[in-house]
Design a protein around this ligand. Structure first.
Ligand code: PGA
Length: 255
């Protein structure tokens, strides 16, 4: 049984005081997490104070990005050792805003993925199609390419450090979530591709989160799907009660 995993991607939001208050508010409710693993993913500049706020609680802390080099003259970038130093556990790789707003390529993301995993961190590799790709029936092709290219060279022995997030780009921040059927269809496809890349037993152990307009009100139906193992949440992770609704829905669905 895969442990459900709900992570809040705070993106470029919140002041330091707001980030600490949100983290503390969440940690205070850890008793209601049930079986769900919970992570928060603040902006780099808030990681340290958020990690301090959740210390001693089961809330894990992640980073939204990371550069693949070990250190040196890379102005503006952050390397793995800087994150492990701050008790970071997870790193997002290839969030759609990094792919489509910042312009990151599959080749760059593959380097980042290896750097994250070689540092002993968990990589959350995000994949998903744009609306025009869905309309052109290219959803599976797009997800397959992002998986195959992103995971190139990764040995199956490292699969325990891998989480996939299926985030259809058209559902992110739009209020328009995938239906439970649409999510399940792509999650099952992704698990099939992971079985080809690794093997069936390895694929069966990898958690696949759904992301894109997940809210407390739609979490239960999305989490009810057999291949949906949790959620990567943007907007709804910025409020303790709304995020808690998603966490408890995941725990209830995966009992
Ligand atoms: P959203 O964002 O929940 O605000 O749609 C999800 C994400 O980008 O991870």
């Amino acid at each position: 049984m895969r442990k459900p995993f709900v992570a809040g991607n705070w993106k470029m939001n919140l002041t330091k005081a707001e980030a600490v208050a949100l983290a503390s508010g969440l940690a205070a409710k850890a008793g209601a997490f049930g079986s769900t693993e919970v992570g928060v993913i603040p902006a780099f500049v808030h990681i340290d104070c958020v990690a301090a706020a959740v210390k001693g609680s089961p809330v894990g802390v992640g980073a939204q990005d990371m550069y693949f080099e070990k250190g040196g003259a890379f102005t503006g970038e952050v390397c793995a050792s800087m994150l492990t130093d701050l008790a970071v556990k997870y790193v997002l790789v290839g969030h759609s805003e990094r792919r489509h707003v910042i312009g990151e390529t599959d080749a760059l993301l593959n380097k980042k993925l290896h750097a994250v995993i070689n540092a002993g961190l968990v990589a959350i590799l995000c994949v998903g199609e744009k609306i025009e790709e869905r309309k052109a029936n290219k959803t599976f092709d797009v997800c397959k390419t992002q998986l195959v290219e992103g995971l190139k060279g990764l040995d199956k022995s490292k699969a325990g450090q891998l989480v996939i997030a299926y985030e259809p780009v058209w559902a992110i921040g739009t209020g328009l979530n995938a239906t439970k059927e649409q999510a399940q269809e792509v999650h099952a496809f992704i698990r099939g591709e992971l079985a080809k890349i690794f093997d069936a037993a390895t694929a069966a152990g990898i958690r696949i989160q759904y992301g894109g307009s997940v809210k407390a009100s739609n979490a239960a139906e999305l989490m009810s799907q057999p291949d949906v193992d949790g959620a990567l949440v943007g907007g709804a992770s910025l409020k303790v009660d709304e995020f808690m609704g998603i966490i408890t829905a995941a725990a209830a669905a995966k009992k």
